[in-house]
Design a protein around this ligand. Sequence first.
Ligand code: SF4
Ligand code: FE
Length: 483
Amino acid sequence: MTLKNGKQYEDSIRNMNMQIYMFGEKVENPVDNPILRPSLNSVKATYELAQLPEYEDLMTTQSSLTGEKINRFTNIHKNVDDLVKKVKMQRLLGQKTASCFQRCVGMDAFNSVYSTTFEIDKSHKTDYFDRFVNFMKYVQEEDLTVDGAMTDPKGDRSLSPSKQSDPDLYLRVVERREDGVVVRGAKVHQTGICNSHEVLVMPTIAMSPEDKDYAIAFSVPVDTEGIIMIIGRQSCDTRKLENSSLDVGNSQYGGVEALTVFDNVFVPNERIFLNGETEFAGMMVERFAGYHRQSYGGCKVGVGDVLIGAAALAAEYNGAQKASHIKDKLIEMTHLNETLYSCGIACSAEGHRTESGNYIIDLLLANVCKQNVTRFPYEIARIAEDIAGGLMVTAPSEKDLKAPVIGEYINKYLQGVNGVSVEDRLKVLRLIENLTLGTAAVGYRTESMHGAGSPQAQRIMIARQGNINSKKEIAKAIAKIQK
Ligand code: SF4
Ligand code: FE
């Protein structure tokens, strides 16, 4: 089976035996947990949309490894067109879920590990590439969701992995065996790991020879013994326990992150894709980060589309849609959002072939894309809050709206334009609240800042890729400076 439908995906996650903790307790049934369920629905949407004929071209493609039709989230990019369609697919999913749909980290990890293992083998005569291709065939045939795990806790940022006071602050090999290795450590902020089948672990920074035990990449099922997930809190998360779809703003979809501990986890040899070749850790990190910085030019734009639409509706329900400043604010939001999309498309269109044969984005443009993402969603959110007005954060609950006497007061005094119910007015305000201050703000705001690397990480790459010397030369030529 190369394409799972939504139900098959849900059942496959239900059959796993993950160690998930939340509020100090083990979650025995994560699939039906009201706090976690919306995040599973977002990943499920990546399966459901792939079944629809109208999205077939964006959501599916032909595998370069097996020739079969696969979900694009498991694709090894074959050409520039694949890179462009990836961004378009992410915008679509952002529009459909208004949240982080989590499956991109795996896709970005696949493409980074694919090209990097090829180059490691060339210089070390290892067989990581073949191992990884076998793993990818399995991922594509089973249509798996894979969490790409990069970020270590990092402890004292001024010290390298092997110099930390606690050696486990970066994930490392603690035992080498004939049949594999045992690893210990943690990966933080793991997007969607509790909705994934596998976790593909990579190093988090470039490394020197003394960090050999930390230069490790591998994949294992997320219910492997020793893997423990501790779910991160989100603003307003327990509203989902109140049984009010109005009050949560987006009752169907969400994202989720977890602190993931690897407590002496065994990794068999065939699942190891980097093991001590420290000089390639940086390449793997840089490529993964580049792909994921491209991704934000799609997903955040799709969520931005929802927020712009919600702001326009809020203005309409207030009778303010014809005010010139409202029109101008919607133009500004659209301009910012489409600028992000332009960056996502540009770094894809300027992509090129790697030695392994897959395609990679233009790294400079991908980093510019993400640098803009650290800013523009904040401005789009600010304008949305401006248009929404204070009621977005002072409106009573759905229970009050539905209560016998006070409900009548609410319906009388929170009325906007004729013909729009108070309930609909509150629904759109709660959606804006969800995107700017609630559970989805993790994905739309703070993840825009820190996901795929914090702003300074992009500035370092922009400095490295910007080629100031060639710009000096062209300036000299114009100014007729000889040396
Ligand atoms: Fe995908 Fe965006 Fe979520 Fe990253 S933040 S996993 S790119 S939806
Ligand atoms: Fe992310």
